[in-house]
Write a protein of this length. Structure first.
Length: 135
């Protein structure tokens, strides 16, 4: 298991804790938040039910449901949809790119799914979304 955050020199292997990866993602994209959930969360979202993330104290290797040597790169030009889909196809995990406003936390959807991480981060900054909300 290896996940890279390109252009910052940050990378992780299966030994890294989920909380550490969240912090690194938010350092690169401060107006976005990544939530990694167990695979059953996808069905709950489809029913409009609340979901919870994986145990942040565990390593990525401990929470993934698909084994292998796949690599996910979280570079600014990658779309939200692509990152989320890669977590599911490569690691068997449901992932959501989120953002936080004064009114609450929101999952990306609609046209935001087709935006790059860098573009969405810039837009959420301009909209006044909260910065550094990784928990």
């Amino acid at each position: 298991l290896k996940i890279k955050i390109m252009s910052t020199g940050l990378s992780t292997n299966g030994a890294k804790k989920v909380s550490t990866f969240y912090k690194e993602f938010t350092a690169k994209y401060p107006y976005l938040r990544l939530q990694i959930c167990p695979p059953e969360a996808k069905a709950l979202v489809a029913k409009g039910k609340p979901i919870g993330g994986v145990d942040m104290s565990k390593t990525l290797s401990e929470v993934r449901t698909k084994k292998g040597r796949a690599e996910i790169s979280c570079i600014g030009s990658r779309t939200v949809e692509r990152i989320e889909n890669q977590f599911e196809s490569e690691y068997g995990l449901y992932a959501q790119i989120c953002y936080t406003t004064d009114k609450g936390r929101y999952y990306t959807g609609g046209t935001d799914q087709k935006k790059s991480l860098a573009k969405l981060n810039r837009e959420k900054a301009a909209e006044g979304c909260k910065k550094g909300e990784w928990k």
